[in-house]
Write a new protein. Structure first.
Length: 113
């Protein structure tokens, strides 16, 4: 039972989101470099790729990428606060604040599309 309580703690979920978002971003990097490499093929090849990115599914994937970036940033800031600030009761809410910040950034990006 104690193992379940540890895994149901907000700090565990914040840890998990930070790690998963980091792995997902690392998996995205080769695709990002490939997309940047399209510019090396000339303007026509880059224009074809940029036209493909106008699809709705790609726009949704962009929103997911921004959400992953925001989650990873917020989680990293939480880890820095835990490492460098003295422990206080208010730090228990850092996981919720990190999640709220990530969702707010993701929604702001989605609404700007």
């Amino acid at each position: 039972m104690s193992s379940w309580r540890a895994r149901n703690h907000p700090a565990y979920w914040a840890f998990l989101v930070h790690r998963i978002s980091g792995i997902a971003l690392a998996l995205f990097l080769p695709l990002h470099f490939w997309a940047l490499g399209q510019a090396l093929g000339g303007a026509a090849q880059l224009d074809v790729f940029l036209a493909w990115t106008a699809q709705p599914l790609v726009k949704i994937a962009e929103w997911g990428l921004v959400l992953l970036l925001a989650a990873h940033l917020a989680g990293g800031l939480r880890v820095l606060a835990l490492e460098f600030l003295p422990w206080r009761d208010w730090q228990k809410g850092l996981a919720a604040a990190a999640a709220a910040l990530s969702i707010a950034i993701g929604l702001a990006f989605a609404l700007a599309l």
